[in-house]
Design a protein around this ligand. Structure first.
Ligand code: 26W
Length: 831
């Protein structure tokens, strides 16, 4: 239909109202969308709506959304090219994206359009969401943060590309069998691949091993890596739409492919296994995500993964730059590259290699440009998680990279030695190579113009202890950017009831501007609103209980308080401390089943790294404890402990809105920030936590009446450890604690936990529990007692919950991204 006819048919009144315009646009959209889904069904599956399976309808729907995203991305990219602005490239070994259909539809503002069309054909959109597997390309905090940042970058119209690896298997699927964690492969690509667009036109070659040939030519020294293994990096793009914006973030994930090592001789001899050997070896690189996020392991394949990501991405960034500019002189003006934790730290020598070997820059010029381009974020202070690669492994696998790191080290050490008048100690701490190891954090710091931690406390700890020498050297590099969460996902999409209440009370502007949630404070004495909040929480708890019953047959009591600890399983996060206080309460109830307590449901969910035995036995303890309590018909009415299997993004989205108490009980100084604490807070749960990571800022934001803080401060932790931690002191002093600890030896649900008993009191090598659970036990119980007492007054509790929701806006990822953009990357939104 032509515009002219359109205009003729429209009455004057209709033209004047934007609502009718929007309606017209939306019905035009609906027709186009419906046609597109029908087309995809027919082309991809040879089926009509009536013939297709639910899975096919999900896939066809997803492909239409991907097409919309591709078109949107094209426009956004053109606008970026026109503006000539700077782009950020976010390098991270992990992006824990979760599901995409719901998020993209929401952000595109197309949920209702799709809902109606699918309903017309007998499909419930909510049910189609369930067909999508989680893209579990990450372990936990680091990866989910990266995914939230992609969302914010797009929503704020910043031009951004995330680079990572297309793992064929993401983080393992967890099954619990007789209390033990079993790991199963996470096969996500069937169902997940619909979101990926292969870009076979944009491949790069990554080289491993071999030797370096150096020859003098008229152009100077030419360096060449020969006799090496060459692997092809094939990019796949996943688009992430911004919310109510023109922006689209591109997540480019690399898949490794063999170039051409098909061994025809072996094939002819009938040795098919040998013929495809090269193939398997190359493709192994992107096969699987390493499931440890707390312990560095010097595995060769992991080093190959890191260099594979770095080299493919660096070549891609430089090729893109050279498409628009004749030189790399302006590289730092047009490009910002982020090193997200040390895993991509080899971007420093890789860029040096490309600048010097391929573009003939001098060392000093290359280094000056590259350090202006790079910025680094640290995400952990745990010594065992800090990466140090064996020098000989790097020399063998990455000979040119090693040479460059070696030279960087020589120059760096010389400068430090001169500046700090021969202070050998400083040199040793700050060296890139020492003790036969390459120190990746040190490499990241010297290669970057900015270094940040992820909460105020953590950034201070970096300056005062972990990176103190570097801070003394270049204090201007150090800064803090507190983490944040994609609040549209974690509040609006996960908790539609709460979002609807917010829309009604404070309007919808908080969606674009998280800190506007603070307007909700105006309702803190409005009983109707407080009661509504209580109702919403009750409805969400009921929903979660039904879902759990449906999925696993476990029955929860929605009238009990839902106390939630969901995160990776690690000693420093102290799930064990929580388990101990549950045992103490259980024993109290055994003594006196009539004890007047608020009925409590403890929900745990956590994956343990496969080789982490201690973490696995803590899971087993929680499972057995839950089963033993469930057998007691009286006590189980007041106390229930459930370990939820296979924690992942989708489960987090379901559980956050249903939580009353948010357990954030890590030993102070160990949790860099936490983001689960923010997700729970924005959904109205109240924190029971230590002064660790971002809990400190949550506490400042809500005030001491709206949070329950306990335990040692980071300073007290240090003192206690230095002066000698004596667990027996607490054990002997606190009768309830002693009983709980001893119960471990007595056997729970028929299983013996004396290994944990030993761990808490003696330790395997004479060092008992480095996370000092027993030292914080008493104060933890005190804080919880007060909390549960306060829970009895539902109005007052709802008020605390309201203050938490209202104060959560400062933890919107948008806020963090604006800070990175303004102060670190120097990028501007595209108009
Ligand atoms: C080398 C093995 C390895 C793998 C991953 C070591 C360390 C990691 C990650 C950096 C660990 C991690 O995810 N850290 C978490 O990062 C979150 C985002 O900043 C923080 O909120 C968490 O506190 C921090 O534990």
């Amino acid at each position: 239909m032509s515009n002219k006819t359109n205009k003729k048919r429209t009455t004057k009144k209709e033209v004047a109202t934007p609502v009718t315009k929007a309606k017209a646009a939306s019905s035009a959209n609906a027709i186009k969308v419906e046609e597109a889904i029908v087309d995809k069904l027919s082309r991809h599956f040879g089926a009509s709506f009536d013939e297709a399976t639910k899975d096919q309808v999900y896939k066809a729907t997803a492909i239409t959304v991907k097409d919309i995203l591709l078109a949107k991305k094209r426009e956004f990219k053109q606008a970026n090219n026109k503006s000539g602005g700077k782009r950020v490239y976010y390098l991270c070994m992990e992006f824990l994206v979760g599901r995409s259909l719901k998020n993209n539809l929401y952000n595109l503002g197309l949920t209702d359009v799709y809902k109606k069309i699918l309903a017309k054909h007998g499909y419930d959109l909510e049910e189609l969401y369930e067909m999508e597997p989680d893209a579990g390309l990450g372990n936990g905090g680091l990866g989910r943060l990266a995914a939230c940042f992609m969302d914010s970058l797009a929503s704020l119209n910043y031009p951004a590309t995330g680079f990572s690896i297309l793992y064929e298997y993401g983080l393992f699927r967890q099954k619990i069998v007789e209390g033990w964690q079993i790991e199963l492969p996470d096969v996500w690509l069937p169902g997940g691949e619909v979101w990926l667009s292969p870009r076979t036109d944009k491949t790069f070659v990554v080289k491993f091993g071999g030797r370096i040939n150096e020859t003098w030519t008229d152009e100077g020294l030419v360096t060449e890596q020969v006799d090496c293994e060459e692997v092809e990096a094939v990019p796949y793009d996943m688009m992430i739409s911004g919310a109510d914006s023109k922006g689209v973030s591109v997540l480019r994930v690399w898949r490794s492919r063999d170039i051409d090592t098909f061994d025809m001789n072996s094939f002819s001899r009938g040795d098919y296994a040998r013929a495809t050997l090269g193939n398997n070896k190359a493709e192994l690189i992107s096969k699987v995500l390493y499931p440890r996020d707390s312990h560095y392991e010097g595995k060769e394949l992991r080093l190959k993964q890191q260099y594979f990501l770095v080299s493919a991405s660096a070549q891609n960034i430089i090729a893109d730059h050279m498409k628009y500019y004749p030189t790399l002189d302006n590289f730092a003006d047009k490009v910002a590259i982020h090193i997200n934790d040390t895993h991509p730290a080899m971007i420093v020598p890789e860029l040096m290699r490309i600048f010097m070997d391929e573009h003939h820059y001098s060392w000093d010029d290359a280094f000056a440009i590259i350090t202006k381009t790079l910025a680094y974020t640290n995400h952990t202070v745990l010594a065992e998680a800090l990466e140090k690669w064996p020098e000989d492994m790097m020399m063998r696998l990455l000979p040119r990279i090693y040479q460059i790191i070696h030279e960087l080290n020589e120059r760096h050490c010389k400068r430090i030695f001169d500046k700090f008048s021969g202070d050998w100690n400083k040199c040793a701490h700050m060296a890139l190579i020492s003790g036969g190891l390459v120190h990746m954090a040190n490499l990241s710091i010297i290669g970057s113009h900015s270094v940040n931690g992820v909460s105020e406390l953590h950034s201070e700890i970096l300056k005062k202890s972990v990176f103190k020498d570097f801070y003394d050297d270049t204090p201007e590099k150090f800064t803090n950017v507190t983490n944040g969460i994609a609040h549209r996902r974690w509040l609006c999409q996960s908790n539609p009831r709460l979002a609807a209440l917010l829309d009604k009370t404070i309007g919808g502007s908080y969606k674009k501007n998280g800190p506007e949630l603070i307007k909700l404070l105006a309702f803190s004495n409005d009983n109707a609103i407080l009661d509504k909040l209580t109702e919403i929480k009750a409805a969400n708890k009921k929903d979660f209980a039904e879902l759990l019953y449906h999925d696993s047959g476990i029955k929860l009591n929605p009238d009990s308080v839902f106390d939630v600890q969901v995160k990776r399983l690690h000693e420093y996060k102290r799930q064990l401390l929580n388990a101990l206080q549950i045992i103490a309460l259980y024993l109290d109830l055994k003594d006196n089943p009539n004890l007047d307590i608020v009925p409590q449901t403890y929900l745990f969910a956590a994956k343990a790294a496969p080789g982490y035995d201690r973490a696995k036995s803590i899971i087993r303890l929680i499972v057995d404890l839950g089963e033993e309590i469930a057998k007691d018909p009286v006590i189980s009415k007041k106390l229930q402990v459930v370990f939820l299997e296979n924690y992942r993004v989708t489960m987090a989205e379901q559980i956050m809105p249903a939580s009353d108490i948010s357990e954030q009980i890590s030993l102070a100084g160990k949790e860099a920030s936490g983001t689960g604490n923010m997700k729970l807070m924005i959904n109205g749960a109240i924190t029971l936590g230590t002064l660790d990571g971002a809990n400190v800022e949550i506490s400042e934001a809500v005030g001491k009446d709206n949070i329950y803080i306990f335990g040692m401060t980071d300073k007290e932790v240090e003192d206690r450890w230095r002066d000698g931690y004596n667990p027996y002191k607490y054990y002997e002093e606190n009768h309830r604690l002693k009983r709980a600890v001893d119960y471990l030896k007595q056997g729970i649900n028929g299983n013996d936990f004396s290994d944990i008993h030993r761990y808490l009191l003696v330790g395997d090598h004479g060092i008992a529990d480095p996370y000092m659970c027993l030292a914080d036990f008493g104060d933890y119980c005190r804080a919880r007692y007060e909390m549960l007492n306060d829970y009895k007054n539902q109005r007052e509790w709802a008020k605390k919950s309201l203050v938490n929701i209202a104060s959560a806006g400062r933890f919107a990822a948008d806020t963090a991204i604006k800070k990175y953009a303004d102060e670190i990357w120097g990028i501007k939104p595209i108009k």
